[in-house]
Design a protein around this ligand. Structure first.
Ligand code: AMP
Ligand code: ZN
Ligand code: MN
Length: 894
């Protein structure tokens, strides 16, 4: 490996790559020839090797010469500025190259840009005809020159993530007071680093809206790091605006309405359609004016307890905290394993589709093989997992075990037909990846013996090696190197092995997650929760009684004392179902957090909910609904317990279908229209449906709150209704797609959400709006698998106890929102109580505190706060004040 391991410098010409590949391939080959049985089979099957589709369908990113985040399993390398760092080339650099500059700005916010905006306010509002399309290096240099002389400019980026493994930036929009620039980051991908200095210049303020993702994407693709950010979404938070979406701001301040659906279009298109150009421009163009307006409001805001600092400074400070984030790849110890376990638990839970006998060891083993293959193939071809093979197709293949290539294809297209497709993305089924590599799949499905540990190398060698079928690119060449294969190998068809590897993956993800946020929160301390248990010398210690001590009004995460929100460590969707006496000590688990820490804690909690869902086999969302009025034999007062032949559809599926029909019904191909109609008819018990039925279907599963919001907008078009729903933090179709595929570690975290439009304040209230709001009316819930929880069919009766002070007013209403996590929470709690009694609940609470601590590394928790808190007031055996317990708490974590 000697000569090759150092070679892959960023920009390598194709020839060099080939040579390197040959050398590696030859070495690998001998090492591999050991697992003869499988490999022989593999080679026999490959005789009729087809040429890879990429040979005839080149993708834009295959023209990139300089790719910073490749698809190998090795960690992302950040920019190194200082030569001192360069010596430690072995390990990847995990520190922020501009940490010092950003910290400086955070201590002393630079809001000089404001005066500048004040002076030139008028020019910014109109968006007339001209803009500059930047696509040559010369033009880019000119832009750099222009920007270096500005005090402030606005930025937004558009991504493409469907035909790419990690996703890439397809467009960067930059607006100054006087001009809009659209930078073609596909054409200029390799030279985008030219913009690095202006983005890192602390004297130039960069205005973004919801910069969290953009900041990471710019690092990932161009090693561009933002220093001196003003994030209009953060300003909204500080001003407690009712919404923080850009669409809201555009409408409120500029009277401009946007079609946010365009953000999901294919931004690789060239030339970009006029409509998309206008959309992209608007995303950056008005930001300077909006920032100006928000700053005026911030200035006027009462300066209650912020000392010398005004709200503008806080907005700046909070914005710059975002810049400290570091992009990192999500790396699984066993590739595909998380997707596999999520699929398996989904199947175990979903008897409607798969009979339980199929969820046996063989089935599970095949799912794992297919997920592994999909992961490798997605990386090799630089495609998203979803593009390569859908989850439904994986399930179908593992269940049917087709024996010919033709049958494989028909299984896959059958599985994909059933799925509600996201309206904007045309799906090819089976994908070209599958079509060109059918022999792999046949081999995986037919091979009976345990597949060898080095199956990775076998696949990669076969496809990329000297006689490989698929083209090498800057994205996949590193897969051939030894380090990228130095992964933990799984012991196949062994449940414990499976679990153990899951643990490893979990740990890896935890470390990853922590390391990412660590930079933001803890400067020197090692990532250890022992921090929490060194209360000596802290002011809180003076009065040790947690319940009577006067808690300081500071963020328990970072100590900030000016702006904070209440945060519930145990999400309400669970806590509301706890037995009353366990709920009563909840103040222990409500803490104050600043907006940034709140965001981090909330994200970790959402991720953990998905993990709980997979672990317990209890989905986050209700899987099927039927219209009670049309199901004669079920009395309206009770909820049917689902049986495997139960009809019904998921609330999300129903809504998506109804929405698509209302919007595009007449223009749709008749077959698609027929499929969607079928979905809605299933809900109505099979009868013919009218337009009113479609409209009624849109409301299914909504809480009164959601309905009111919906109905308020009745005069407007259905499109805007949908847009409104999507942007107020619900993201239903989105959740549906990402939830199942990305349980636990997401391999494509960035493609699956847009921080910009998610209302982070929903973090504090999500459980109220989406879990607790109750639906009156006659719709009935049927959970597609009961999971042995008797009586769970009747969600309404047990919903009457108040979960929190604020919930009391809701107690007479009768149903949970089907679109929130309430039903999931209830089933989890019932399960815990049934299996483990109250100990189960205490254990569960401890897990949530652990999640909180690991996500945030809170440094300012009150001394009495304790992961192991018993929920009892008497500080019994679990109290931190019990010295033996204190020791064991620390040990338990170590
Ligand atoms: P925006 O700045 O809001 O236009 O979004 C930037 C990028 O985020 C888009 O180009 C998309 O790639 C991605 N994105 C944002 N929201 C969504 C969504 N709801 N669905 C899919 N992709 C999205
Ligand atoms: Zn290929
Ligand atoms: Mn945008």
């Amino acid at each position: 490996m000697g000569p090759t391991s150092g070679a892959p410098a960023m920009a390598v010409e194709k020839d060099k790559l080939r040579a390197a590949a040959l050398a590696i391939a030859a070495t690998c080959f001998f090492a591999l020839a050991i697992s003869i049985g499988f490999i022989k089979q593999f080679f026999i099957n490959r005789k009729r090797k087809k040429s890879c589709y990429l040979n005839t369908e080149p993708k834009p990113q295959y023209g990139f010469k300089r790719v910073l985040a490749d698809n190998s399993y090795s960690q992302f390398k950040h920019l190194k500025l200082h030569t001192a760092d360069a010596h430690s080339d072995e390990e990847f650099s995990n520190s922020h190259p501009y940490k010092g500059e950003i910290s400086k700005i955070m201590k002393n916010p630079n809001v000089g840009f404001l005066e500048f905006l004040e002076k030139s306010e008028k020019g910014t509002l109109e968006m007339e005809g001209s803009y500059v399309w930047v696509e040559t290096e010369t033009q880019l240099k000119e832009l750099v020159e222009v920007l270096s002389n500005e005090r402030v400019f606005a930025v937004d980026t558009e991504q493409h993530s469907f035909r790419s493994f990690l996703g890439f930036t397809a467009l960067v929009q930059i607006s100054t007071i006087s001009e809009d620039y659209l930078v073609d980051t596909i054409a200029l991908h390799d030279v985008m680093g030219l913009l690095r200095p202006v983005f890192a210049n602390p004297g130039i303020c960069k205005v973004f809206h919801g910069a969290d993702n953009d900041v990471l994407w710019l690092q990932r693709d161009f090693h561009i790091y933002v220093v001196n950010l003003f994030d209009t979404a953060k300003a909204c938070d500080i001003l407690s605006k009712p919404q923080r979406s850009l669409a809201y701001l555009l409408e409120t301040y500029c009277g401009v309405s946007t079609n946010k659906l365009l953000q999901r279009e294919d931004w690789r298109q060239r030339p970009l359609p006029q409509e998309m150009i206008q959309y992209a421009r608007a995303d950056a163009h008005y930001l300077l004016y909006i920032a100006y307006c928000l700053c005026l409001e911030l200035k006027q805001q009462k300066n209650v307890n912020s000392g010398d600092w005004g709200p503008i400074h806080w907005a700046s400070r909070r914005s710059n905290a975002t810049c400290l984030q570091l992009f990192a790849k999500d790396i699984e110890a066993c590739p595909g394993e998380l997707a596999a376990s999520s699929i398996v638990s989904r199947c175990l839970n979903d008897q409607g589709n798969i009979s339980s006998s199929l969820c046996d060891a063989k089935f599970q083993e095949l799912v794992r093989r297919l997920c592994l293959w999909r992961d490798i193939m997605a990386r090799l071809h630089d495609e998203s997992l979803r593009f390569v093979l859908s989850e439904n197709a994986i399930i179908e293949l593992a269940a049917e075990i087709p024996t010919t290539e033709t049958d494989i294809c028909s299984s896959i297209s059958k599985a994909d037909l059933d799925v509600e497709s996201t309206i904007l993305v045309p799906l090819q089924s089976p994908s070209p990846v599958v079509c060109c590599h059918l022999e792999d799949l046949l081999c995986l499905l037919q091979e009976d013996t345990t597949i060898p540990e080095n199956i990775f190398q076998v696949f990669i060698h076969q496809h990329l090696g000297s006689a490989g079928s698929c083209p090498l690119s800057a994205y996949n060449y590193a897969l051939l190197s030894k380090t990228s294969l130095g992964l933990n190998h799984r012991s196949t068809s062994n449940r414990n092995g499976f679990r153990a590897s899951k643990q490893v993956a979990k740990k890896a993800s935890r470390e990853l997650y922590v390391s990412r946020n660590l930079a933001k929160l803890v400067e020197d301390d090692p990532p250890s929760i022992m921090l929490l248990f060194e209360p000596k010398g802290r002011p809180e210690d003076e009065d040790n009684d947690f319940y009577i001590q006067s808690k300081k009004n500071i963020c328990v995460g970072c100590g900030e004392g000016k702006h904070y929100l209440r945060y519930r460590i145990i999400p309400s969707c669970y806590r509301m179902h706890f037995p009353e006496h366990l709920k009563s000590h909840r103040s222990h688990d409500i803490v104050l957090l600043c907006v940034d820490c709140h965001e981090i804690a909330h994200a970790a909690a959402e991720k953990y909910k998905r993990q709980i869902a997979a672990e317990f086999g209890i989905p986050l969302f209700i899987q099927k609904v039927v219209d009670i009025d049309n199901t004669q034999n079920i009395p309206a007062s009770s909820l049917p317990i689902a049986s495997s032949e139960e009809i019904g559809v998921s609330p999300l599926q129903l809504r998506t279908a109804a929405m698509a029909l209302l919007r595009h019904g007449p223009q749709m191909p008749s077959q698609r229209r027929e499929e969607l109609t079928q979905i809605v008819m299933t809900y109505y018990g099979g009868r013919e449906i009218s337009d009113e039925d479609l409209e009624r279907a849109l409301l299914v599963g909504m809480t009164p709150h959601e309905r009111r919001r919906f109905e308020k907008r009745e005069g407007e078009s259905v499109d805007s209704l949908n847009a409104n729903l999507t942007e107020t933090g619900q993201k239903q179709d989105f959740v549906d797609n990402s939830m199942v595929e990305d349980t636990g570690i997401s391999t494509q975290p960035l493609s699956s959400h847009n921080g910009g439009d998610v209302t982070i304040f929903t973090a504090d209230t999500d459980d109220l709006t989406s879990d607790l709001d109750l639906v009156p009316g006659s719709k009935c819930i049927s959970v597609s698998k009961d999971d042995g929880i008797s009586g769970s069919g009747n969600l309404s009766n047990e919903m009457t106890s108040p979960a929190d002070d604020r919930d009391i007013s809701l107690k007479h209403e009768s149903k949970l929102s089907l679109l929130g996590h309430g039903p999931h929470g209830k089933m989890v709690v019932m399960h815990l109580l049934k299996e483990y009694g109250e100990d189960g609940i205490r254990d569960f609470c401890q897990r949530w505190r652990q999640v909180f601590v690991e996500a945030l590394h809170p440094r300012f928790l009150p001394a009495g706060w304790d992961v192991m808190h018993s929920g009892r007031r008497d500080f019994g055996e679990f109290s931190v004040y019990n010295p033996t317990k204190k020791a064991s708490v620390v040990a338990a974590e170590g």
